[in-house]
Design a protein around this ligand. Structure first.
Ligand code: TRP
Length: 474
């Protein structure tokens, strides 16, 4: 099967696609806000260390598994561990997780697309009214926007690896970089912009505590698409000649750089709008920042550049977020798509048809869980209180299972597949890897403290999320 498996046309194509997956909504608003609230430069520094020393080895391990097996995640675990091995449970989770994350991410991408369209129609003033967001997410127009987003994602995925995923990434990612830089350039000219930059970059080490460290690591882990089966799937589309070690570094650098630069757009905008903003009071939720807080700021730009100008900036901003979201969505739907194609030997078209129905149904249920339908809105209650269907999908898959999947990758690669095979795989395309300091670090960290840290994060998340018990006093 691997001879006729489609491959990315180049290493650059792979890097852009993987970076496109990693760069998402969270990079653009969530990251900058949480950095500012949690110690500015101190957070940035700790985050960078976590990316380099904890996330990168996991990323290389996932990529090595995918490329070696040339299969989807479930197929990869089965191929590398044996058809009968219980490790297929890990493979199953590595496919179920992206399937469910696709559902919740689709809901948010649809809202972004709705806001993008509204700015195009000249309705920025409407978006900035306080009750708009609640009304919008409970209106049936959401389903119209959903149809368009589903169509876009399917059109990209139908094109396959080269003509679909790679081509889209090669257009969307450079466009995203350019728009981001232009917006940063504009925002930095606003009054008081520098106050925001200061809060963002000046380190305040007094804010560092166990909870901040845990948050920074989780964020780095999620942001890099780890534990989602995505990197395994994308790496199954690269050739043995490609350098995984170098590519993984590039993906991590691109993702972190976009997140960092996004801060130079978001924080100056916030501080020029209101110089007396108390950064610790900014919302932790990217959703409320993007859909409630930022539209107000974008509208206020009309004092500077008029309503049309403000609408143009708002349009660029939502387009930027939309592009970031689409490349992530494409990557996450590709995992179950690849699994269906590989496991059931069906065409992409058929696999996408099945997935559109399955994720479509769940996405509709999630969309209706913000008040449209009562039983979906308050489905159950655990931890901090009543939970909607959307909350459950988010809490279980995005917050809880991801570190568990990362833990499985570490344990599998180190103790079942074994270090020597990992080194052999990573050395293909990176001949200097074997025997290098990096190799020693990767093998040591993946077999010792990284799985322990991931296990602690997993246990702590389960305890706090579902039982309202906070371990370690945070
Ligand atoms: N960095 C992404 C974000 O900020 C998180 C993410 C990584 C993601 N890979 C993804 C989300 C794939 C959805 C699908 O949103």
């Amino acid at each position: 099967m691997s001879e006729n498996r489609e491959h990315f046309s180049s290493k650059l194509g792979f890097i852009l696609a993987a970076a496109g997956s990693a760069v998402g909504i969270g990079n653009l608003v969530g990251f900058p806000v949480s950095a500012t609230k949690n110690g500015g430069g101190a957070f940035l520094l700790v985050y960078a260390l976590f990316v380099a020393f904890i996330c990168l080895p996991v990323m290389m391990a996932e990529m090595a598994m995918g490329r070696n097996a040339q299969k989807d995640p479930l197929g990869a675990y089965k191929a590398l561990a044996g058809e009968k091995s219980n490790w297929k449970i890990a493979g199953f989770l590595a496919v179920l997780t992206p399937f469910m994350i696709a559902v919740f991410y689709m809901v948010i991408t649809v809202w972004i697309f709705g806001y993008l369209s509204q700015t195009l129609f000249g309705n920025l003033d409407l978006l900035a009214t306080p009750s708009h967001f609640d009304n919008f997410i409970n209106s049936y127009t959401v389903f119209g926007y959903m149809a368009v987003v589903v169509l876009i994602v399917n059109l990209i995925l139908l094109g396959g690896v080269k003509q679909g995923i790679e081509k889209a990434a090669k257009f969307l990612m450079p466009a995203l970089f350019v728009m981001l830089l232009v917006l940063v350039g504009y925002v930095l000219t606003l009054d008081n912009a520098m106050a925001g930059v200061k809060y963002y970059v000046i380190p305040d080490f007094s804010k560092m505590n166990a909870s901040v460290l845990n948050g920074a690591l989780s964020q780095a882990f999620f942001s890099l698409s780890l534990g989602m089966g995505i990197l395994m799937t994308y790496a199954s589309y690269i050739s043995k000649k490609d350098d995984i070690v170098g590519s993984a570094k590039m993906v991590a650098i691109t993702d972190s750089l976009v997140a960092f630069v996004a801060g130079l757009m978001v924080l100056p905008a916030i501080f020029s709008f209101d110089p007396s903003t108390d950064p610790t009071k900014l919302s932790d939720s990217s959703v409320s920042m993007i859909f409630v807080y930022l539209p107000k700021i974008l509208l206020a730009l009309q004092n500077d550049i008029g309503y049309f100008g403000a609408s143009a900036v708002a349009f660029s901003f939502f387009l930027l977020v939309f592009f970031a979201a689409i490349t992530s969505l494409v990557s996450i739907v590709e995992v179950p798509t690849a699994t269906l194609c590989d496991r059931k030997n069906i065409s992409r078209k058929k696999a996408l048809g099945i997935l559109t129905l399955a994720t479509g149904l769940l996405t509709v249920l999630c969309t209706m869980s913000f008040g449209m339908v009562d039983w979906l809105t308050s489905m159950t209650s655990y931890g901090s209180g009543s939970k909607s269907f959307f909350d459950i999908v988010y809490d279980v898959f995005y917050d809880t299972i991801l570190p568990l999947n990362g833990l499985m990758v570490c344990l599998f690669v180190m103790y079942r597949w074994k270090k020597a095979r990992l080194t052999a795989e990573l050395s293909q395309g990176a001949p200097n890897y074997a025997g290098s300091l990096i190799e020693r670090y990767v093998n040591f960290s993946l077999s010792t403290f990284i799985p322990i840290i991931l296990l602690v994060i997993f246990i702590n998340t389960v305890a706090t999320k579902f039982f309202n018990v906070s371990l370690f006093g945070f």
